[in-house]
Design a protein around this ligand. Structure first.
Ligand SMILES: N[C@@H](CCC(=O)N[C@@H](CS(=O)(=O)O)C(=O)NCC(=O)O)C(=O)O
Length: 221
């Protein structure tokens, strides 16, 4: 089978965690960027989008949609989803917490300006007092290099991605968490991850409010 083909905008959005997981699994992928409403219409008209939405990933003869379903398929296929039911459930639990905070942080840039200050301080508070303490405690509880099962799984990649967003928001938020800081540099130095972190990789940069506004207007989303 050929390389997976990712259909999305040339932006982080909902596709970035899929790019991260494929890259960490050492899987090369192609990207077909939606550059105009017509591109999105063409995809929809071709019956490629079950719910008329992207992300859509062509993989193993399927046209998968729904971010979580796509992640679950990739994690299962590349053995990044734990060794048994218990590990998989821990991974799911941690992943949902990571995605809750990731959503909070990524939404900041598109929230109405008059709400931005309040939402930003809430996101920082949740980061400092709810989510990072929970993951620092997991690392402290078992003293291992990875969150689950003493080996790399999808949740280590999701957490690294989140820690980079936290750093973009305010690097001082990581200061009280020495184990998470060590985790961040450890996972970042894994060969596949290190490559993805290099300039010129398919990892997408942050977008500012203006760029996002233009994109949303252009794509009527
Ligand atoms: N639950 C879906 C939501 C997907 C979604 O809302 N996609 C938006 C684009 S974005 O919000 O991810 O940027 C879309 O295709 N909107 C077009 C439409 O709904 O017509 C998922 O997780 O994949």
């Amino acid at each position: 089978a050929g390389k997976p083909v990712l259909h999305y905008f040339n932006a982080r959005g909902r596709m970035e965690c899929i790019r991260w997981l494929l890259a960490a699994a050492g899987v090369e992928f192609e990207e077909k960027f939606i550059q105009s409403p017509e591109d999105l219409e063409k995809l929809k008209k071709g019956g490629n989008l079950m719910f008329e939405q992207v992300p859509m990933v062509e993989i193993d003869g399927m046209k998968l949609v729904q971010t979580r379903a796509i992640l679950n398929y990739i994690a299962t296929k590349y053995d990044l989803y734990g060794k048994d039911m218990k590990e998989r459930t821990l991974i799911d639990m941690y992943t949902e917490g990571i995605f809750d905070l990731t959503e909070m942080i990524l939404q900041l840039v598109i929230c109405p300006p008059d709400q931005r200050e309040a939402k930003t301080s809430l996101a920082k508070d949740r980061t400092k007092n709810r989510y990072l303490p929970a993951f620092e405690k997991v690392l402290k509880s078992h003293g291992q290099d990875y969150l689950v099962g003493n080996r790399l799984t999808r949740v280590d990649i999701h957490l690294l991605e989140l820690l980079l967003y936290v750093e973009e928001l305010d690097a001082s938020l990581l200061t009280p968490f020495p184990l998470l800081k060590a985790f961040k540099s450890r996972i970042s130095s894994l060969p596949n991850v290190k490559k993805f972190l290099q300039p010129g990789s398919q990892r997408k940069p942050a977008m500012d409010a203006k760029q996002i506004e233009e994109a949303r207007k252009a794509f009527k989303i």
